[in-house]
Design a protein around this ligand. Structure first.
Ligand code: NAP
Length: 253
């Protein structure tokens, strides 16, 4: 056991987001032992400061075991709002291991007056809606989300993702491999160059990729926004500083 004011143990950050990296950097700067966990989905991930582990835990039981073996005393789930399975696993696994859990989740996006946003619950329902809105589509829903649009053979797609996507894909598609952040003026130039008529996005939130929404507004095109999936009811904060404070409170004794 540490004496008062000393570091008692270490924290696990479930990562894969810019907020997770900012939190890791904040903890490293304060000499808090921290390990960040990445799923290993992208080939060259942006690495957080401090220790990093890569790959799944093997469900909630595997996570609970890993927490005990690694003497973790606090977990921050800072995964992406659409990373549903790891969110459920974090809630169940930490409860089983008796380790406190905080969810760090950036707020969702809000439409501005005059925006033509169409909310859907899933990518499949987005794919059903898109043909009624336009025939040249900018898909920013990620590599794993392209299959939902594969049956739309009459539409043309520009799809942007970090790593090359795998089939099934829509037949008329141009893939743009890139990683944010994106500036609104560059996004507008992209929409104009490809004569985009409708944008499809998940409600990821955050500033790194919101330029496309500003550009869609300026370009006067509709946006299909996929709602966030439900998450388990765990204590949640929206800002990195709040997660830093919560973690520091649990790291000293
Ligand atoms: P997911 O469907 O919720 O997770 C699938 C499985 O991958 C989980 O059950 C877990 O395996 C493993 N996993 C996920 N995140 C992990 C992490 N941070 N550390 C260790 N294992 C992890 O997740 P996803 O939607 O594929 O996203 C994967 C990662 O990419 C997440 O970390 C997320 O933050 C990041 N990301 C996702 C999106 C998105 O749109 N979904 C966008 C940007 C970044 P086990 O059950 O074996 O533990």
């Amino acid at each position: 056991m540490g004496s008062k004011g000393s570091i008692a143990a270490r924290v696990l950050i479930l990562g894969g987001t810019s907020e997770a990296r900012a939190l890791a950097a904040g903890l490293v700067a304060r000499d808090v032992p921290v390990v960040s966990s990445l799923a290993g989905r992208v080939a060259r991930p942006a690495l957080p400061e401090g220790e990093v582990r890569v790959g799944g835990f093997g469900g909630p039981d595997g996570l609970a075991r890993w927490l005990a073996e690694n003497r973790i005393t606090a977990v921050v789930d800072a995964t992406h709002p659409f990373a549903e399975r790891i969110g459920a696993s974090a809630a169940t696994g930490t409860a089983r291991a008796g380790v406190p859990l905080l969810r760090l989740q950036r707020p969702g996006w809000e439409p501005a007056p005059g925006d033509d946003w169409h909310w859907t619950d899933t990518l499949d329902s987005a794919a059903e809606l898109v043909p009624s809105l336009g025939s040249r589509v900018f898909l920013t829903s990620g590599r794993q989300g392209l299959a939902a649009f594969a049956g739309l053979t009459d539409l043309w797609f520009l799809a942007r993702c970090v790593d090359p996507p795998e089939p099934p894909l829509p037949p008329r598609i141009e893939v743009l491999l890139s990683r944010g952040p994106y500036r609104a003026e560059d996004e507008l130039a992209l929409l104009r160059a490809h004569r985009i008529e409708v944008l499809v996005t998940k409600d990821s939130g955050g500033t790194m990729t919101e330029g496309k929404l500003v550009a869609a507004r300026a370009h006067g095109i509709p946006v299909v926004v996929v709602r966030r999936p439900p998450r388990p009811p765990v204590p949640t904060v929206a800002r990195v500083e709040q997660a830093l404070e919560w973690t520091l409170e649990r790291m000293t004794s």
